[in-house]
Design a protein around this ligand. Structure first.
Ligand code: ATP
Ligand code: MG
Length: 570
């Protein structure tokens, strides 16, 4: 590509409304332009990266035996009513009506549509298993679209859906897809982790996420030191500590704590470490009465775990102050399990705790030396909290917390959608069977941003070679004054293209500084500089994007191939 004809549009200034590096650099490099909240146009430069990602994804999905389809972005409401998700999706779904007042949504995902597609054509076990995929635009009306393409409203996803006669075959395909995702990320060349995940609104049993590691990642991951356990902290489990509870040491004693509303204030007022306190959170139960959740003062509630507890209303609903006063006789800030006629669920971490400080159910008062069993009923113990660094993983090795960007998600859906949409196929005995389904999502546009979060420096983007917009930048020095430089560049550019090297030639007639700056900003992995002085010596100047210094290489295609790490021409 000749840059004079490429509509490259770069800027030195960091855009004020871009918080994270990938968003800043994609705007500065001119890869994307904002149209509206969470809506972006991909420029020709951005498209080059996007297409390379798509090509890798497509190759690996094809190699894994998945079949490409393309489904409509606009989907009839009827299908979503059949699955029960028309109401469940809430405001995340963009809805519209056509001229005949029929309702539609702009697809946030395609389980319903693919199930309907399969229903029309598949009737026998002989046709299964099948796995269909597409690379397509989704729309999700995210509450907080931000970070550019990282959390956009309109974005590109690769989504695949598989259909099986039984759970064992679904499990087999799940592992085929999991391996394909690992190959995609290996080929792109990013540092990632596969973690156990919560299945969220999509539903189903087993699911894992693929996260690109980056400090700016919105997700927190718990990974064991020995690497055998990894989970999104949304889903990371904690266990009941081993051993027995010690006998109570002190007598239950009520103390005045006027104005204390938080654990930090309680610790300051009573000179206690937070581990010696318990916090009370009141949520609605599924039978109408509130339920008291009790956690160690320094721990935080995991809302996903809480709403999955038996007896707790789903979606999780925190009790309002009036309800709390009716049942506790005090307001939030002084609540606890003493003299309480409600169900109490306490976190595992409190199972062996003794002599704790808890709210007294009197405004401005707490109890010291609270002990389960003696001062209240024994609660039900459960896994209620978010893991913290150092917690033991299920196999005992301590957990470290890392930040990640979710770029892929694989699910075993089971029969949720096939049952809801009445999909059956006949087995070899002529019996109708409801197929098992899997679904496999990959954030094609998000991974472009995720790659930048992992690969940048002060000068700009440092693309992994596999998804760089160009392989090589050819930069002339004083081309306006030297026919020899112009001719050498033209020849090298033609030779590279003939050899399959995707070269860009900076023929814009700029001074060297701006040309170097642009090549670095847009992240081209290799550059060569062509000058009269070099040509006279038969040399080119070469620099890899991450190299500290440039070096001289011979003025030949072979020397360029060698610098790029390509095999010699056969
Ligand atoms: P998140 O938790 O980040 O909101 P999700 O779990 O809702 O994502 P999935 O339904 O699993 O997303 O979608 C599959 C993939 O699509 C995700 O792994 C992610 O890479 C990508 N994706 C989801 N939402 C967005 C978005 N708003 N912008 C860009 N990519 C997205
Ligand atoms: Mg997900």
């Amino acid at each position: 590509m000749r840059l004079s004809a490429f509509a490259l549009s770069t800027t030195k200034e960091t855009p004020a409304d871009a918080e994270i590096v990938s968003h800043q650099l994609m705007l500065r490099a001119g890869m994307i332009r904002k149209l509206g909240a969470g809506l972006y146009t991909w420029s020709p430069l951005g498209m080059r990266v996007l297409k390379r990602v798509e090509a890798i994804v497509r190759q690996e999905m094809d190699a894994a035996g998945a079949l490409e389809v393309l489904m409509p972005a606009v989907q009839p409401a009827e299908l979503w009513r059949e699955s029960g998700r028309w109401d469940q999706m809430g405001d995340l779904m963009l809805r519209m009506t056509d001229r005949a007042d029929r309702e539609y949504c702009f697809g946030p995902t395609h389980e319903e549509v693919i199930t309907d597609f399969v229903k029309r054509d598949v009737s026998s076990y002989k046709q299964l298993p099948l796995n269909f995929y597409q690379i397509q635009t989704k729309f999700r009306d995210e509450i907080r679209p931000r970070f550019g393409l990282m959390r956009a409203r309109e974005f590109i996803m690769k989504d695949a859906y598989s259909f099986h006669m039984d759970a064992a075959d679904l499990d087999r395909e799940y592992h085929v897809m999991r391996a394909a995702y690992a190959r995609i990320l290996d080929r792109i060349g990013l540092d990632y982790r596969i973690v156990a995940a919560d299945s969220g609104a999509i539903g189903g049993a087993k699911s894992e996420e693929f996260h690109v590691l980056a400090g700016s990642g919105e997700d927190e991951l718990a990974v064991s030191e020995d690497g055998r356990y990894a989970a999104n902290t949304e889903a990371a489990i904690t266990q009941r500590p081993a051993g027995d509870r010690a006998a109570p040491a002190g007598e239950l004693r009520k103390v005045d704590t006027p104005g204390v509303a938080t654990i930090a204030q309680l610790c300051a007022a009573l000179d206690l470490p937070p581990e010696q306190t318990a916090k009370a959170i009141v949520v609605m139960g599924d039978a109408g009465d509130p339920v008291l959740l009790v956690l160690r003062g320094d721990h935080s509630l995991n809302e996903i775990k809480a709403e999955n507890l038996e007896g707790v209303a789903k979606p999780l609903t925190f009790a309002d102050e009036a309800t709390i006063r009716t049942h506790f006789g005090a307001g939030p800030g002084s609540l606890g399990p003493v003299n309480l006629n409600l169900e109490v669920i306490a976190d595992h971490a409190l199972a062996n705790a003794t002599d704790m400080a808890v709210g007294a159910n009197y405004d401005g008062a707490h109890f010291l030396n609270f002990n389960w069993g003696r001062d209240s009923v024994e609660p039900r113990f459960a896994d209620l909290r978010n893991v913290v660094a150092g917690d033991p993983s299920p196999d005992g090795s301590p957990l470290a917390l890392l930040r990640g960007i979710e770029v892929g998600h694989v699910f075993q859906l089971g029969d949720k959608y096939s049952t809801a949409l009445d999909l059956t196929v006949l087995d070899e005995n002529g019996r109708a069977v409801v197929p098992q389904m899997g679904c496999y999502g990959f954030g094609v546009s998000r991974i472009v941003a995720a790659a930048i979060e992992q690969c940048f420096d002060d000068s700009g983007i440092c693309w992994p070679a596999a998804i760089a917009p160009f392989d090589l930048m050819i930069i002339p020095i004083k081309a306006d004054k030297s026919a020899a430089v112009r001719e050498a560049c033209e020849t090298l550019y033609a030779q590279c293209r003939a050899a399959g090297i995707d070269a860009a030639y900076d023929d814009r007639g700029l001074r060297p500084g701006p040309m170097f700056a642009d090549a670095e900003l847009i992240g081209v992995p290799h550059r060569i500089v062509v000058s009269d002085r070099g040509l006279e010596a038969g040399m080119l100047e070469y620099k890899g994007r991450r190299d500290a210094e440039s070096k001289q290489i011979e003025h030949s295609l072979e020397a360029i191939r060698q610098a790029l790490g390509l095999p010699a021409t056969p």
